[in-house]
Ligand binder design. Structure first.
Ligand code: RUQ
Ligand code: CUA
Length: 602
């Protein structure tokens, strides 16, 4: 391997702080001589009024625990899907609702979402599910793309900090989620440093139950799986098992962990596991068949990305200016795992993530150099020194980068998104905290072409695109009323217990099924609302004054909320979605009588 450099300019602890710190101000690329190029770029991303974008882009909402949905190429924000945080707007996780019970049962009402992963069939996106992790509370969620709603949330047992998230191709056999931080699996006895573990969890794609886990020496950062479903990969930046920065960067070499999935399944079937936290945990040092291969890569690697042809997994070096390409077919065949390294091209400073255009080129984000570098895989593997094809400055310090459909077998090779960590002077100031900047780059030609920047709330860590033509036809807009739907004329209040009422109401322009209903202070009240509209985009809301309740009921949907009527008096409920000229009049009253008033009625 003539192209493997022996003397790599590793970053010492001292220079890391300086190198990762802020870099310069807006580059000269925005000068007036750029006017023609700017007009061309604007034309490329302009989507005329009433026309649709080409892609849905799902960006993780970071510390908001949401998923942001943008149209590409326009960069228009179309929706944000609440996942790990309540959202009154959509009636999501409002106390008293089913979604609240789901979120509350899984942990805190907040999350740190990083890595959206789309479900696949035959190695391509099937538009069914979107998975997203919550690093802060070791959870993962499944979003139903028919409704763009969170359908399931599960906690990953035994590990701490659910980080890398991806699906096992070709048919989403498992969702794989990494446990990043070393910690004791069982916290009921307090601190137990000797028991610290990290590893990878393999989840059922529907229930999100952890089927099994594989322990990895060190930690697990970002993951991916081979296109044939044989291997799960994770970067491991802490093979030192260090508990401080200094210790984590002590060695110049860390690893990519490769888990042989069929070997792990065989270990499970032979009983070679321990039961822990309600799941089966494989210690790969105790299996008859080899489950784990630790392939050495330089220093503190981050991104872990399988090439679309399924030949290579790339570890982006982070503290090494290289990307290590591992020949997947060699992993279980070579004696020395270093011989599975196909190339180690030097690409620039601070490589974080690598993505692909399907034409044999890779694109790596360079955090420190503040660039996207385009390089040719075949040339790097052949030892041709001219593997770098192009470099593009981005603003500033990119984290993830994603080329359209780059994680499938068939990347489309048209757009690339740079997800930049700092925006500095890119946007009008909005206080000391600035938005993050996304930059859309045309990668269809030899040279990259900057098209557009658009801000996002902190902090999108990763993106996944799906073609609008592949998803839009599957999206529900008017739901078929379910068995629990309330038919027109059937609005009513029923007493279901000595201190319990159930209110059933239809909603349609511009009236709630009941103008008023009466309960008594302290009663348990359940309100079921059915939107009986049959036209799209006719959502109604249900906000109840003084009770902290707001629901959104889409056409054909039925929604429910339960609460204790603890505040006496008149409480108007009103529609929160402006639905007609009589929207303001669309309201009614919940009358809560005191015990004394109830007595007087007898
Ligand atoms: S990590 S870029 Cu989850 Cu790369 Cu953020
Ligand atoms: Cu219904 Cu406004």
């Amino acid at each position: 391997m003539s192209n493997v450099r022996v003397h790599r300019p590793f970053l010492s602890a001292v220079v890391i702080a300086a190198a990762f710190a802020a870099i310069g101000s807006l580059s000269a690329c925005r000068g007036s001589h750029q006017q023609d190029a700017n007009a061309d770029a604007a034309r490329s991303v302009y989507v005329p009024v009433g026309k649709w974008d080409k892609y849905y882009a799902f960006l993780s909402g970071g510390q908001a625990g949401t998923v942001l949905v943008y149209g590409i190429p326009s960069g228009r924000l179309i929706r944000s899907i609440p996942v790990f945080e309540p959202r009154a707007q959509y009636g999501y996780a409002i106390p008293g609702t089913k979604t609240y019970e789901m979120l509350k049962a899984s942990g805190p009402l907040w999350g740190d979402s990083h890595h959206p992963a789309l479900s696949e069939t035959n190695g391509d996106y099937d538009g069914r599910w979107l998975y997203i992790n919550d690093k802060a509370n070791t959870r993962v969620a499944r979003i139903d793309l028919k409704r763009f709603e969170t359908a399931a949330i599960a906690t990953i047992p035994n590990f701490q900090a659910a980080h890398g998230t991806s699906v096992v191709p070709p048919d989403t056999k498992y969702v794989i989620v990494n446990g990043e931080f070393l910690a004791e699996p069982d916290k009921s006895h307090g601190v137990d440093v000797a028991a610290y573990k990290a590893g990878m969890a393999f989840l059922d794609p529907i229930t999100l139950q952890t089927r099994f886990e594989v322990l990895v020496p060190g930690n697990c950062d970002i993951n991916d799986a081979s296109k044939d479903g044989r291997w799960a990969f994770s970067t491991d930046y802490d093979t030192e098992k260090g508990l401080s920065v200094e210790d984590m960067i002590r060695n110049d070499e860390d690893a990519i962990a490769a888990i042989d999935i069929p070997a792990a399944e065989e270990a499970i079937s032979k009983g070679e596991f321990t039961s822990m936290g309600g799941t089966k945990v494989i210690d790969p040092t105790r299996t008859t068949k080899k489950v784990l291969y630790m392939i050495p890569v330089p220093k503190n690697p981050h991104g872990c990305d399988v090439s679309p042809d399924g030949k290579y997994v790339a570890a982006s070096g982070k503290l090494s200016p290289t990307v290590t390409l591992i020949d997947i077919s060699k992993i279980d065949k070579v004696k020395n795992l270093r011989d599975a390294i196909a190339a180690q091209p030097e690409v620039g400073m601070g490589p974080l993530h690598t993505t692909w255009d399907g034409r044999g080129n890779a694109y790596t984000s360079l955090f420190i150099d503040s660039q996207i570098v385009k390089w040719n895989v075949a040339r790097a593997v052949a030892g041709d020194p001219n593997y770098v094809i192009d470099r593009m400055d981005v603003h500033y310090n990119p984290g993830h980068t994603y080329a359209a459909l780059g994680r499938t077998r068939h990347p489309s090779g048209d757009y690339l998104l740079a997800l930049n960590k700092l925006s500095k002077d890119m946007f009008i100031p909005v206080g000391p905290s600035m938005p993050e900047s996304q930059e859309l780059i045309d990668i269809s030609g030899d040279k990259m072409r900057m098209l557009l920047d658009f801000p996002a709330e902190p902090e999108p860590h990763d993106a996944a695109f799906i073609r609008v033509s592949d998803l839009a036809p599957k999206v529900a807009q008017v739901e078929q009323p379910g068995p629990d739907a309330i038919a027109e004329g059937k609005s009513r209040i029923e007493q279901v217990g000595p201190h319990e009422y159930h209110v059933y109401m239809t909603v349609i322009r511009s009236k709630f099924g009941l103008d008023a209903f009466t309960v008594h202070q302290g009663d348990k009240v359940t309100i079921t609302l059915s939107n009986i509209e049959t036209v799209k985009d006719m959502t109604h809301g249900f906000a109840l004054e003084d009770y902290g309740i707001n629901l959104a009921i889409d056409p054909g949907q039925t929604r429910e909320v339960t609460f204790i009527a603890d505040k006496p008096g008149t409480h108007w409920y009103y529609c929160t979605w402006f639905c007609s000229a009589l929207h303001l009049e669309m309201r009614g009253r919940m009358l809560v009588e005191t015990a004394g008033q109830q007595e007087a009625h007898r």
